[in-house]
Design a binder for this molecule. Structure first.
Ligand SMILES: Cc1ncc(COP(=O)(O)O)c(C=O)c1O
Length: 477
């Protein structure tokens, strides 16, 4: 008879009396930082879309101020602030405390169901910071692109017109409507058309985009751009069909080119004349980035009809907004604006803490001082032609939204690499400074946290100087 399973087992008393086998004290292997990082990178390679186009495959583990630590132990000085987001630096203790406190009380208050305390208190704070008291009616969403979608809807609903005019080189986001307004690079929408129709393009006063010499006087650039706008309204989009003109007061993705105040004034006059709404996109420029609360303030007397904002005011939490006059906002029927996560309570608490800190600690003053220091240092690097400065075509920008445009290949120098900005970026990265490029032209952009110190600026300038020198040497200049 075959033994039953039960009969093959030793009696329980034998098991109890048998001494346990010696435990082999072999410690389980602790993965090295490099092995862990390699695992993350392999997972990313295999399972995370390459469509985001990451600069590097480093994994950020922690951050404090402008310092970032990677999982494999590298310490980087961050002059990107996550593209203008961590205005008060990484993990600012005041903002973190506000996040923790709010998350400990209530995380999600759906905006169509009820108000949340931080949402209302944030709006009270924002009202005091607007470039004009006429901008007094808000809707909060999560991303910048969503704020743009809301602005499109608002402008069309208010005017009962379809057409939208945007700037050549402008960037407004990647969602369907926002991408239709984007003109900085085709990579944001190539192959995905047809995009939202009824969007028309007009010139922005930027010498390179207009194919003009770099020393073209600003008045001439403005004159040409205004002329182009008149043509757009006469030949492409009749004023009576035009709902809005969208403009960034400093073109961001298009190359960090500040709009001359005279151009913004001309846009304002044209809009007022034809009943077109002027939409100023302050998503990248807003909340102190340029040394004013909003960059539109540099164009005295130009008040937007609608303004969009996001990024830097919540220090990393996803929050955006659109603001307009109450009389315009009232055209939107109940339920026409909203979203599951719109105006999330934790994000609002972070934004409330961030914006209050900005005002109380005079962050604008720091932006102006450090912006001047950084801009002057960059101009000095450009002027030092013995050490590679001649590869720099222009240093421009406002506050802590600064750009270095490098030389492009030309008939007098056809062998010059077309991507000097990327080469300098790589050299900076090798020296542990994280910087970004932007635009279809060879532009390096500097957009550090607004609370950076004089010492941070000095470190960055030293690295950029070395990087420019190294690239110029390799380019034979
Ligand atoms: C001027 C401007 N508008 C809109 C956006 C889109 O914002 P988001 O990436 O949050 O959708 C950006 C983002 O860089 C921007 O700079």
């Amino acid at each position: 008879m075959a033994p039953s399973i039960a009969s093959t087992e030793p009696p329980l008393k034998d098991l109890l009396s048998t001494p346990p086998p010696p435990v082999l004290k072999k410690p389980s292997p602790v993965p090295s930082a490099t092995a862990t990082t390699q695992r993350y990178q392999a997972t990313a390679e295999k399972h995370i879309t390459s469509a985001v186009g990451r600069l590097r495959n480093h994994v950020f583990a922690s951050g404090s101020g402008l310092q970032v630590q990677t999982t494999d132990g590298r310490q980087l000085l961050d002059f990107t602030s996550g593209i203008g987001v961590t205005s008060l630096g990484h993990a600012h203790p005041v903002v973190t405390a506000a996040i923790v406190e709010q998350a400990s009380s209530i995380v999600h208050v759906q905006c169509g169901i009820a108000l949340s305390k931080p949402y209302v208190e944030l709006v009270e704070q924002l009202v005091t910071m607007m470039p004009s008291p006429t901008l007094d009616s808000f809707f909060l969403w999560s991303s910048g692109s969503e704020a743009i979608e809301a602005a499109i809807k608002l402008a069309r609903t208010k005017t009962r017109r379809n057409n939208i005019i945007v700037m050549q080189g402008g960037y407004h986001g990647r969602t369907a409507g926002a991408a239709a307004l984007t003109r900085s690079k085709t990579s944001f929408f190539a192959g995905t058309g047809p995009l939202m129709p009824c969007v028309y393009t007009t010139a922005f006063p930027y010498w390179h985009a207009l194919g003009l010499p770099q020393d073209t006087p600003e008045e001439e650039l403005v004159r040409m751009a205004v002329h182009q706008l008149e043509q757009t309204l006469a030949q492409q989009s009749a004023p009576s069909d035009t709902a809005a003109i969208f403009v960034e007061p400093v073109i961001g993705e298009g190359g960090y080119v500040p709009a001359p105040p005279a151009f913004l004034r001309a846009l304002r006059e044209t809009c007022s004349k034809h009943g077109i709404l002027l939409v100023v996109d302050e998503i990248q420029t807003g909340f102190g980035r340029t040394g004013a609360n909003f960059a539109i303030e540099y164009a005295k007397d130009v008040v937007p009809d609608i303004m969009t904002f996001a990024k830097g005011f919540a220090n990393g939490m996803p929050l955006s907004g659109v603001v307009t006059r109450k009389e315009i906002m009232e055209c939107m029927p109940a339920g026409s604006l909203g979203g599951t996560y719109a105006g999330n309570a934790v994000a609002c608490a972070a934004a409330l803490a961030t914006t209050k800190y900005m005002v109380e600690m005079d962050v604008l003053g720091n932006v102006r001082r450090r912006g001047e220091q950084l801009a002057q240092g960059l101009r000095d690097i450009a002027a030092d032609t013995q050490n590679g400065g001649s590869i720099i075509a222009e240093v421009r920008g406002t506050g802590l939204m600064l750009a270095v445009e490098f030389q492009s290949p030309s008939s007098s120098n056809p062998t010059l690499p077309a991507n000097l900005n990327k080469l300098v970026q790589d050299e900076c990265y090798d020296r542990n400074l994280l910087v970004l490029t932007t635009s279809i032209y060879p532009v390096l952009r500097l957009i550090p946290a607004l609370i950076l110190t004089e010492a941070d600026v000095n470190v960055a300038l030293r690295v950029i100087k070395e990087a420019v020198k190294a690239v110029a040497r390799k380019a034979g200049m």
